[in-house]
Design a binder for this molecule. Structure first.
Ligand code: GLU
Length: 278
């Protein structure tokens, strides 16, 4: 059993991250397996070395350790390019020049009063660029989207081991209608979350992905990409989310609940565990 914690170094780790990392670490320990760390720093406009250093410090303070070297996404663009080339050669991805405003306008235009359909990445892409002629070579400086109609021809299935454990299946029709043509490479980044996470979970031979329930919606996309790229499909352990005193889910940058802040205020790792219900 191999699982992982995959934070983005774009701010301090908070209680939600602590819960996620501790959950993964303890599941690995209970199974006699391995806990791996991955730094998801593809967005170099937001990633900072200081936050990466803080991740190591916070996790060590919580009592976690992991085998080295740590996988860092910013060092892996050639591997992502190979996966994108493969999808391009299969005719499954296309360049997209739409910005957010174009998408909002196109998505709401044909509907009478109804709000545009939203999926895991926000508004389901209305398909504006899907039918434009594709260049012979895959562009490196444009956003690339998955042509979901072409890609999703079968249902996708995986096993959930977290909240409401059991088998999960998503039909091809749901992927087409409710998920749509997701971005696999962002314009200035060369790759996007869905593709990087799938390629890296395979590279790290992850057998169980541990992460928050907020990412469960994205999992059928990941399983589809695993199938298209003939990668193994791991199990998924989506865990409950940590909320603040008012019941609101902790935001990505909820600095008030930063682990470092608790530590500076004299809290112990035990206090953190209690605070997240462990
Ligand atoms: N890097 C993502 C985050 O910090 C997590 C990705 C994942 O666990 O699949 O939210």
């Amino acid at each position: 059993m191999i699982t992982r914690f995959a934070p983005s170094p774009t701010g301090p780790l908070h209680l939600g991250h602590a819960f996620s990392a501790l959950t993964a670490f303890e599941r690995a320990r209970a199974a006699g397996g391995t806990f791996l760390l991955r730094i998801e720093d593809i967005d170099q406009s937001r990633a900072r070395p200081q936050w990466e250093a803080q991740i190591y410090e916070d996790l060590h303070w919580l009592g976690l350790d992991w085998p080295l070297p740590v996988l860092r996404q910013s060092e892996r663009q050639p591997i992502y390019d190979a996966a994108l080339d493969r999808l391009w050669d299969m005719g499954l991805i296309y360049p997209c020049t739409c910005n957010r405003r174009d998408i909002e306008a196109a998505a709401s235009a044909p509907q009478e009063g109804g709000a545009p359909l939203t999926g895991p990445d926000g508004i389901v892409y209305p398909g504006t660029c899907r039918h434009k002629p594709r260049p012979a070579l895959r562009p490196r400086d444009m956003a690339l989207r998955l042509d979901m109609r072409a890609a999703a021809t079968q249902p996708v299935s995986y096993v959930e081991t977290g909240v409401d454990a059991g088998p999960r299946t998503t039909s091809a029709a749901t992927l087409v209608q409710a998920v749509g043509d997701v971005v696999l490479a962002r314009r200035d980044m060369g790759v996007a979350y869905h593709l990087a996470v799938v390629v890296d979970d395979a590279e790290q031979q992850i057998t169980e992905v541990t992460r928050g329930l907020d990412l469960a919606e994205a999992t059928p996309i990941h399983v589809l990409l695993q199938q298209l790229l003939t990668l193994p499909v791991p199990q998924y352990h989506h865990h409950r989310l940590i909320r603040d005193e008012t019941g609101k889910r902790l935001a990505k940058r909820d600095d008030a609940r930063a682990i470092a802040r608790y530590r500076d205020d004299g809290a112990s790792p035990q206090d953190i565990r209690r605070r997240v219900g462990l």
